[in-house]
Design a binder for this molecule. Structure first.
Ligand code: PMP
Length: 378
């Protein structure tokens, strides 16, 4: 075992040596040739990974995923407008709270933890200005049917916004083909960087929605403040509105270019399926209540009878860091394992993770066959 523990939480995650090398330099200025090129290239590559239309606008802003969520909320919705939130966990609830603070009239369509609301229940809340969903809610490991939700929004003339923080560049998502309006994420997830960048792509329709607002967004997240900067960098020209995270921009261009979207989706699907096979072999059950709800980017694994969160410490003692539960009220009943980004291309990292969990389970008294987890994984 190497001395540094493996970081297998649902973000931040292990990153590639090439990405690490790219940001491990003395801070470049935001008007330097290297940053201008990396910024421009990143914007082009985001359209490719998002499978977004040429007319769409990618935004890269210093901040976390929460800032990207606020950016989406504030630019497409204004006070008094009716919106619908598909609630599959902790992060959907955060989106609903942001929308309330924007003064929107928020209808929440929730499901029991581990489930997703039926499409008919979402449809019953139409019409609305915009439909907000969390592609993968990191608190439950539940993935919604983004294609179906996007189609439903379109049928009812609503904008569709997806929080893809635990899904973008990993789960299948075709922004242009599905006619989605905003898809957002953060750098520390499947994109494969350290934390620090908020990323989002807005459709032409979303940009028009911003143009039509009577109550402008907070300046720091305003599409109107940022779009000229993004356009300038894409044209390989210097620009400034607020200082970008220059080291991370250098690394972003490297991370986005590492694999195309088909390779990324395939690697996450393969890894997600292998992980679920390992959990089954170890006699563990998952929080998502049906197989089609299971994200490929992470697993929310229930503690077997008699075990509790002390298991996380036992796993860490074996060199792997996993995360505790996050869904309010259920935190003590499950743990979360991230399997996204670089690790999905490194089978030894995935095996080390399953091995550490298996050993910790056996050590804690859980009855399972030694070697069953890794055998199933393979
Ligand atoms: N949405 C989802 C689905 C997330 O998983 C997270 C972070 N775990 C966020 C939003 C918020 O992102 P951040 O912590 O980078 O602000």
């Amino acid at each position: 075992m190497s001395s540094r523990p493996l970081l297998m939480i649902p973000g931040p995650i292990e990153i590639s040596p090439a990405v690490q090398a790219a940001f491990s330099v003395a801070p470049p200025g935001h008007l330097s040739a290297a940053v201008i090129e990396a910024f421009g290239r990143s914007i082009e590559l985001m359209r490719e990974l998002w499978q977004a239309a040429p007319s769409s606008q990618p935004f890269v802003v210093a901040g976390s995923g929460t800032l990207a969520m606020d950016m989406a909320v504030q630019n497409v919705v204004e006070p008094g407008e009716r919106v619908v939130v598909v609630d599959t966990g902790y992060f959907s609830a955060r989106m609903a709270e942001m929308l309330r603070r924007r003064g929107a009239d928020v209808a929440v369509v929730a499901a029991p933890p581990g489930d997703a609301p039926a499409l008919a229940d979402v449809e019953a809340q139409m019409p609305c200005k915009a439909l907000f969903s969390t592609h993968v809610d990191t608190s439950t490991g539940v993935r919604v049917d983004a294609h179906a939700l996007a189609a439903l929004a379109r049928r009812h003339g609503a904008l569709s916004v997806f929080d893809g923080v635990c899904a973008a560049a990993a789960e299948r998502f075709e922004m242009a083909a599905w006619d989605v309006d905003v898809y957002l994420t953060a750098s520390q997830k499947a994109i494969g960087l350290p934390p620090g960048l908020a990323l989002c792509v807005a459709s032409e329709r979303a940009l028009a929605a911003r143009d039509a607002l009577r109550t402008p967004p907070m300046l720091s997240v305003d599409f109107h403040a940022w779009r000229p900067v993004m356009q300038a960098y894409e044209a390989r020209k210097p620009s400034y509105f607020a200082t970008p995270a220059t080291n991370l921009i250098l690394a972003l261009a490297v991370a986005l270019a590492e694999h195309d979207i088909a390779e990324r989706v395939e690697a996450h699907q393969r890894t997600g399926e292998a992980m679920r096979a390992a959990w089954r072999a170890l006699g563990l059950s998952l929080l998502p209540v049906r197989p089609e709800l299971c994200a490929n980017t992470m697993s929310a694994v229930c503690y077997p009878a008699g075990l509790d969160s002390a298991l996380i410490g036992r796993i860490k003692a074996r060199g792997v860091i996993v995360a505790g539960g996050l869904y309010p009220g259920l935190q003590a009943t499950y743990f979360r394992v991230g399997h996204m980004g670089y690790a999905t291309t490194r089978s030894e990292m995935i095996e080390r993770t399953v091995q550490a969990i298996e050993d910790a389970l056996i050590d804690a008294g859980h009855a399972c066959d030694r070697g069953a987890g890794v055998a199933a994984l393979r």
